[in-house]
Design a protein around this ligand. Sequence first.
Ligand code: URA
Ligand code: SF4
Length: 216
Amino acid sequence: MPPREAGAEAFVPATGGLSALSSAVQACRGCALHENATQAVFGEGSARARVLLVGEQPGDSEDVEGHPFVGPAGRTLDRAFRETGLRRDDVYLTNVVKHFKFTPAERGKRRIHKKPSAAEVRACTPWLTAELRLVRPELVVCLGATAAKALLGGSFLVTQHRGVLLDFPESFELGERGPDSVLATVHPSSVLRATDREAAYLDFRNDLRTAAEAVG
Ligand code: URA
Ligand code: SF4
């Protein structure tokens, strides 16, 4: 038996564009998360985006609909896009992990999101690397700790460095074709859980504005 998190590498096509990748991801067996999810949810947006935003993994709505950020977190993100001049069609929006991890819910309720393990994040990262190689954005925005740790290392703390433009790490092995910078902010779903939602939203929007101005 191969390990359950053998990784996506063997499933990522060596040639072809984003549409080849997004078809191939449906057959990925790089970790066990495909077993219970409805489908893989690949990144979407402009193949020539200057900004690529990375979330954690699809949520309940995304798993059913097959598109990234179409649920409650996506609506918060869309509001921030509107108010900072970013457009969904101009950016590229994806997740570190492409299959939904959840605990089954009682009948009729939304399934509860479970955080992907470090091994699952590692297993799925070849898809994100392939997206970065094809889109070649100038700036990557990490939405939340899972994305930030995947790109900037396990000890990176969003709370300490949010909203700050940082050099894109060489450790990600994209070489000269890699993005110039990376900016981490909170996950839009954390805005929805905050005690003072509006204040949390305004801080989030502020970080996205820094991103928008950086490529402005
Ligand atoms: N949360 C994420 O991180 N990504 C989505 O696509 C939806 C919710
Ligand atoms: Fe493959 Fe990622 Fe899905 Fe795991 S979560 S099966 S690595 S696409």
